[in-house]
Design a binder for this molecule. Sequence first.
Ligand SMILES: NC(=O)c1ccc[n+]([C@@H]2O[C@H](COP(=O)([O-])OP(=O)(O)OC[C@H]3O[C@@H](n4cnc5c(N)ncnc54)[C@H](O)[C@@H]3O)[C@@H](O)[C@H]2O)c1
Length: 284
Amino acid sequence: MIKKLCVIGAGTMGAGIAQVAAENGIEVVLRDTEDAFVQRGVGIIRNFIGKKLEKGKISQDAHDQIIGRVRGTTNPEEGFSGVDMVIEAVFESLPLKQKIFAEADRLCNPGVILASNTSTLSIAKIASETAKPERVIGTHFFSPVPVMRLVEVIRGDKTADRVVTATLDFCKAIGKTPILAKDIPGFIVNRFLCLLYNEAANQIHQGLATAEDIDLGLKLGSNHPMGPVEIMDLAGVDVVNNALKAMYEMTGEERYKPSPIFEEMIRANRLGRKTGRGFYEYAK
Ligand SMILES: NC(=O)c1ccc[n+]([C@@H]2O[C@H](COP(=O)([O-])OP(=O)(O)OC[C@H]3O[C@@H](n4cnc5c(N)ncnc54)[C@H](O)[C@@H]3O)[C@@H](O)[C@H]2O)c1
């Protein structure tokens, strides 16, 4: 059972993971490279939990206990001291993640689970710089972590069965629903999402359908809560293009080749909501 967790990287995902763990009774050490980054992550959690208190969803006592379970640090040794599990949520860079895993492998207890929240990188490659790759696994949370219920659990080529079982149990203990995914580009969910976004973009580019009709079609005909075109504008056209490019490079499959409309839109600064114009126009 996981009682103490170290989350490395206090950004969007790291803060979210730390929060749900703390809400479910786990002691959390949130680590980043600078105190300002740690405090920003802790601030995200305080804000979220504070809103729950304001809305009467939790008591003052529960609020104080959750906040009291989260500690921040910039010191690796302090961050790893006595933890049962480490979840890494730093930038999406293989050398950076390998360096962090090698360090965690050296400094943590023998029984520790070392998990990465990578969305694209191979768990086997991340584990390859450790002396005990059997302790390494992927836990792919979805954003925003406190809201999205899924975690893809990815076993590397050497991950031990006990690590898989304990990780699935951990996900359930923090209120998430885990699914087991292979260590392949895009795991399960992003392989589908990339295809959906690319198909929508290609249909618009080829004049086969409008953005409005694609979104209505999938919302009313397939019960999607949001249309794929709306989501691309929300996530950022450049972000979707990068995800597709990465999938295309990793798989070599034509179906992931980014639609030409993405480059045209990026050149015209039509990046979505953040620039006021993407597939749709947004009032300033
Ligand atoms: N944002 C998403 O929607 C999403 C969804 C699923 C998975 N992911 C994955 O989660 C990971 C984190 O993404 P994010 O969006 O939270 O990134 P982010 O940029 O918001 O946060 C990354 C944090 O890592 C910190 N960091 C960098 N190097 C570090 C180091 N050596 N030690 C400690 N901290 C360090 C940074 O200072 C930053 O605070 C990435 O691998 C990403 O691919 C992101």
